[in-house]
Design a protein around this ligand. Structure first.
Ligand code: FAD
Ligand code: NA7
Length: 558
């Protein structure tokens, strides 16, 4: 069957029994590419997006200093040469407005907007096994039927805000970084407080310190921030990138982290401490994720001895930069090894910020926040008066946006019930009891442990091929078996147990949200290994999934 035949067959089926062949939720990197590929297959597709524009993460996270830690030339789509040849990034790391502009550019180039319903939140999705269709409902009461339900809701898109007493009494303004007002916030000369020192907090703090009248940082856990070494991208450098793009993409796709920064040394074994230091110093000067690639990242994230040397190397750098020794010790992480939490980047002399008189650091591990008062924040030790309070407190990561929809699989099984002890999937792409649902960057996919556009492209292409295969072979339903799901989760856990991730309390393990089950959620084996497994599954007629012939479906009485 040619692509043309697939197009005709699916269009006929869609118009006869469902409103759409596929409904996609979300219009960030994932949803936009998914729409493009399904359209190429000839499917009728509707994308629903809560926001009033495309961009996902980069539509919502407009806080001062918001920037992507992946280098710009690889933080974009690689599937279409025109897209990366026509676009030119201005800096080594792209700032939020530039990424948002890029995704708008991609949506225009691919003419995607006509199939996206903006300002439309999907509230529920329920599966009918006889018809092998999903019914999708939106907050404004729209109800549609579709063969395939594809989640592109993002794994860092549901903000998490701790539930402090008294926030409703606060007389100043408060914001979460991931829901930053589109017309900005006036922070100049204000008494600003920020809770959180993850990647976001660190970006926000460095950017805001010189604008605020006084900045108070409420830190629970210090972090290992590595200098990003941001700079404008010079014309010759860009020329070189363009000339080498094929090789860059090839290397990034077949790497552990989706980045083309292979280290010179795979492991630190057999090297003297001085040799290791020389390598680290060189990579420290290169900056960003190139530092994590000082040695093969799998080695850095699993070998306790190497990791201890790297962690201590960063601690020394922090001590050197901060004038006051007490403040320096508060900023030095000792509770977890480097990389066991998402490593943040330092764009603007983060540690030097604490040498300013108008910046104070409050250790809320030692003296926790007890409540928000009308005037500001109260801890067990003191009170801090504020005009603006900023929550840089992260996300209900990996599962939050999926569970925010009421998703019900076979026999009305709620996803929330299936995942009561933590999320379980097969390949991060599908689930037992939830046929014809695909999850882009779902739990147990590599997602947040990689440069995400690389993983997203792999997922979208795999899903597209799978749907084309089903149409070609006459299948109407695909479902992960219970055994394959269980084996995949075990494999993910086993890989994680052999790494250093269990030595940190982190959102990788759901531990940032009170009451959330603690389970390591992303697949830690790397993109290259994952890609190979997914390819073998597809080549083996979707091994681990059960497919139903359309002709075996029960007849539905009209
Ligand atoms: P998203 O961009 O999150 O898009 C999901 C969309 O789904 C959103 O627009 C949301 O509104 C919509 N949606 C969700 N639920 C519903 C619903 N029920 N109904 C309708 N619409 C819904 N990744 C990297 O690779 N490198 C980085 O350096 C990096 N830095 C980051 C920095 C920040 C501050 C954040 C928050 C994330 C960062 N990420 C980074 C991860 C980033 O999320 C991904 O790179 C990528 O943007 C994810 O795209 P997505 O389309 O999968 O999800
Ligand atoms: P993170 O990495 O989850 O950081 C959240 C920060 O907020 C972190 O420092 C937390 O401390 C802190 N936090 C959370 N709850 C509290 C309470 N109750 N009291 C004090 N401090 C608290 O989110 P980010 O937005 O920075 O980064 C998430 C991803 O987005 C990142 O990977 C990038 O890709 C972008 P903790 O460490 O838990 O002690």
């Amino acid at each position: 069957m040619s692509d043309g035949d697939v197009r005709e067959a699916t269009t006929e089926r869609a118009s006869e029994t469902t409103d759409f062949d596929a409904v996609v939720v979300g219009a960030g990197f994932s949803g936009l590419y998914m729409l493009h590929r399904l359209r190429e297959l000839g499917l009728s597709v509707r994308v629903y997006e809560k926001g009033d524009g495309v961009g996902g993460t980069w539509y919502w996270n407009r806080y001062p200093g918001a920037r992507c830690d992946s280098e710009s030339h690889i933080y974009c789509y690689s599937f279409d040469e025109d897209l990366y040849e026509e676009w030119e990034w201005s800096e080594r790391y792209p700032e939020q407005p530039e990424i948002l502009e890029y995704l708008n550019f991609a949506a225009d180039e691919l003419d995607l907007r006509r199939d996206i319903a903006f300002e439309t939140e999907v509230t529920s999705a329920s599966y009918d096994d006889d018809a092998a269709t999903w019914t999708i409902e939106t907050a404004d009461g729209e109800r549609v039927e579709t063969r395939f339900f594809i989640s592109a809701v993002g794994c860092l898109s549901e903000p998490f805000k701790p539930d402090f007493d008294g926030l409703d009494t606060f007389e100043g303004e408060w914001y979460h970084t991931a829901r930053w007002p589109h017309d900005g916030v006036d922070l100049d000369g204000q008494r600003v407080g920020v809770i959180g020192t993850g990647s976001t907090g660190i970006q926000f703090i460095s950017e805001t310190a010189s604008r605020a009248g006084h900045l108070t940082v409420f830190q629970r856990t210090p972090n290992y921030a590595v200098p990003a070494r941001n700079r404008p991208l010079e014309a010759e450098e860009y020329e070189e990138i363009r000339e080498n793009y094929d090789a860059i993409w090839e290397q990034a796709r077949n790497s552990r982290l989706g980045m083309p920064f292979d280290p010179d040394e795979n492991s630190a074994r057999g090297l003297s401490e001085a040799e290791i230091h020389d390598i680290l110093e060189d990579r420290w000067q290169q900056g960003g994720f190139r530092f994590l690639h000082a040695f093969e990242p799998g080695h850095v994230l699993s070998n306790a001895d190497t990791n201890a040397i790297i962690s201590e190397f960063i601690r020394e750098k922090i001590r050197e930069r901060v004038d006051d020794p007490d403040t320096a010790e508060k900023l030095v992480p000792t509770d977890h090894p480097y990389g066991a939490k998402r490593p943040p980047m330092d764009y603007n002399d983060y540690y030097g910020t604490y040498n300013r008189d108008d910046v104070s650091l409050v250790d809320v591990e030692e003296n926790p926040i007890t409540e928000i008062t009308p005037d500001g924040v109260r801890t067990t030790a003191d009170e801090y008066d504020l005009d603006v309070l900023v929550f840089a407190t992260g996300f209900d990561a990996m599962t939050g946006a999926l569970l925010a929809m009421d998703i019900r699989g076979r026999d009305g099984l709620p996803l929330e019930e299936k995942w009561a002890d933590g999320p379980t999937t097969y390949l991060g792409l599908g689930m037992h009891d939830f046929p014809n649902l695909f999850t882009i960057t779902g739990p147990q996919s590599p997602s947040v442990l990689t440069n995400m556009p690389m993983s997203i492209e792999q997922h979208v292409e795999w899903i597209t091929d799978c749907i084309a295969y089903m149409d070609r072979e006459g299948y109407d339903r695909i479902e992960a078996t219970a055994e394959s799901e269980q084996q995949w989760v075990s494999q993910t856990n086993m890989l994680a147990d052999n790494m250093l991730f269990s030595e940190a309390k982190s959102w990788y393990r759901g531990e940032n949200v009170p009451g959330k089950p603690s389970i390591f959620t992303p697949f830690p084996g790397g993109l290259e290994m994952y890609r190979g497994i997914c390819e073998r599954v597809a080549e083996d007629d979707y091994d681990g999934f059960e497919l139903r012939e359309a002709t075996d479906a029960p007849t539905v009485e009209q």
